[in-house]
Every structure is written in C-alpha cells, then in structure tokens.
Design a protein around this ligand. Sequence first.
Ligand code: ATP
Ligand code: MG
Length: 233
Amino acid sequence: MSGAPVLSVRSLTRHYATGAGLVRALDGVSLDVAAGELVGIFGPSGSGKSTFLMLAGLLENPTSGEVWLAGERVSHAGADLDALREIRRKRIGFVFQKANLIPFLSAVENVALGLEIADVTPADARVHGRRLLAALDLAHRADSLPAKLSGGEQQRVAVARALANAPPLILADEPTAALDRVRGRQVMEIFRRIAATRGAAVVVITHDPRSTNLFDRIVHFEDGRVCERPQIY
Ligand SMILES: Nc1ncnc2c1ncn2[C@@H]1O[C@H](COP(=O)(O)OP(=O)(O)OP(=O)(O)O)[C@@H](O)[C@H]1O
Ligand SMILES: [Mg+2]
C-alpha cells in the first residue's frame, strides 16, 4: 500500500503482571511515522519509551493493539515473533545505548555482519560495509577492532550496522546516552541525515534536550501514554 506510514502503531498496550500488581508499561499508544521523518521520543524514566520501541521493533508482542509496517499488520497480541524475524532483520535497524560490537571483528566486519541478503558474498558485504562506514566518516577506521575506537566511533559503527540492509525503519533507544556532548550531537546529526537523504523513518528515544531542534516531531511519553501537554523535566 503506497502512501502508508512506514510505522503505524494502534492502541498499543503492554501490561506486566508482577508481585506488586499489574504494571501498565504501555497503556494505549497510537503513533504514525512517515518515510523521511525523524521523531524524538522524550519522557521520564519508566514512562514506557523502551517498551514502545521493543513492541514497534517486533521484539515483543503487545498485550493488545497492533503494529503495522508499510500498511501491513505485522504484530498483535497473538503474533508469532519467530515468524516476524525476517521482517525485523530486513526492515528494521536497531541502535541501542551501547554499540555492542563483536570485539574480535573489525569495524567493517561488524557492519558486514548486519547484511542479511542471501546472495551477497562476504567480499561484497565488506565492500558495502566500507561504503557505509565512509558515509559516516569512518573509512579510516574500517579495519580497526572495536577496542581501538572511541565511544563515538563505536556508536557510528553500530549505526552503519543498523543501516546495512537499508531498512525503511530505524529505531534507536538512547543512542547518545553514553557519549559526550559533541559526539552525541554527531550521532544525532547522522540520524537527521539518514531520514533526509535515505528517506528512512527514524525514531530516537533520548533524554537530551539539546537535540530537540533536530527532530521533525517530538512525542512525549508519560505513564505509558502519549502526553499532549508534557511537564518540563
Ligand atoms: N519485563 C518487565 N516486567 C515488569 N515490569 C516491566 C518490565 N519491563 C518494563 N517494566 C516496567 O514498565 C515501565 C516502563 O518501562 P520502560 O523501560 O519502557 O521505561 P522507559 O521510559 O524506557 O524508562 P528509562 O528512561 O528509564 O529507560 C516501568 O515501570 C518498568 O519498570
Ligand atoms: Mg528505556
């Protein structure tokens, strides 16, 4: 279906039964993200941001509600997450707070590993990986092991890995939290560029108020819901 949002979530809830009672981690969130759009998710600790990302990224099932990708319903309460693995790998790129690179593989090998196309040879995958690293100003670090890279460089390698399959949707959970201000800004600007030049839909959870001017739209979470009139925090 052309013209459909890349990501559309409908009345999404995720409840956890705990010893202390029912936790409504997510409590009825609806949100659309279009191609080329960079959306920031802000909200206090425990407001459901990571839960939202896990559900939108098909890593967990909702208790109720639906996740649609490009006009196709892919996830709901009874969905088979294993069957969604292919969709997840090819159509969603994830970036987390820690780069989580494989320590004994070079930067370019880490990126090439993200490639999930069956008929790509390892040599072609590395060529592709070098191209992605070059686009993130890391050509000169392609053959370095992660331990030789700065935190900001490692995180940019993680971004390159997330881009390996040219996914239409990028989901990032506090990707700059472990970086200093300058490096954090660099990574955020890369997300801005990915949305603008690759037409990806990009959703970034962040606590950093200095990045607000980069987003097309900011969504505030509070108590598992989208909050229309957020408090300043
Ligand atoms: N597996 C779980 N079992 C029980 N409760 C959970 C589980 N996962 C998350 N929660 C609860 O759901 C709520 C939302 O958690 P979530 O991790 O989505 O918050 P967050 O907005 O990402 O917070 P932070 O900014 O601290 O990362 C919290 O109250 C949390 O304790
Ligand atoms: Mg979180």
